[in-house]
Design a protein around this ligand. Structure first.
Ligand code: RB5
Length: 150
């Protein structure tokens, strides 16, 4: 049995060099699980600028090529900030499974942003399980999300 049931579209993955190893772990997990994904880079551990990869994933979500994504940089903050400039993206910086689950239930997050230099592979695994197995609760949370754009 798969760790979560995927929708029709591939999950978009993006990282900078500081998130590269964590993204590699996620790719290995998705390969083992038969989960479809698109890797928007970076593809080596050479130093790069996280917005270049955040925007590739953000554009794929804006263009409806992907419904969901996972983004990793060192702290998770930079890649999260860049992703949230995209109109269709609600990217949530998460560091444990409870926050990842609440990011879906309360914020209808469509990108899981991770601090690759801070979290362990086990924590990443647990966050992926929590994020992709939790549905949005709607109701008062939808009212609040509707007030986010300025
Ligand atoms: C790269 O050294 C680091 O600054 C970056 O991965 C990220 O943590 C920025 O928010």
């Amino acid at each position: 049995m798969a760790i979560f049931s995927q929708g029709e579209k591939p999950i978009g993955l993006a990282s900078d060099h500081a998130g590269f190893e964590t993204k590699r772990y996620i790719i290995q997990l998705f390969e083992e699980q038969g989960i479809k994904y698109i890797d928007f880079g970076t593809y080596t551990s050479n130093s790069v600028d996280y917005p270049d990869f955040a925007h590739k994933l953000g554009r794929a979500i804006d263009d409806k090529e992907c419904d969901f994504g996972i983004a990793v940089c060192g702290t998770g903050n930079g890649i999260n900030m860049a992703l949230n400039k995209h109109k269709s993206v609600r990217s949530a910086l998460c560091w444990n499974a409870e926050i990842a689950s609440l990011a879906r239930a309360h914020n209808n997050a469509n990108v899981l942003a991770l601090p690759g230099r801070i979290v362990s592979e086990k924590e990443v695994y647990d966050m992926i399980i929590a994020f992709f197995n939790t549905g949005f609760e709607g109701g008062r949370h939808q009212t609040r999300i509707d007030k986010i754009p300025c």
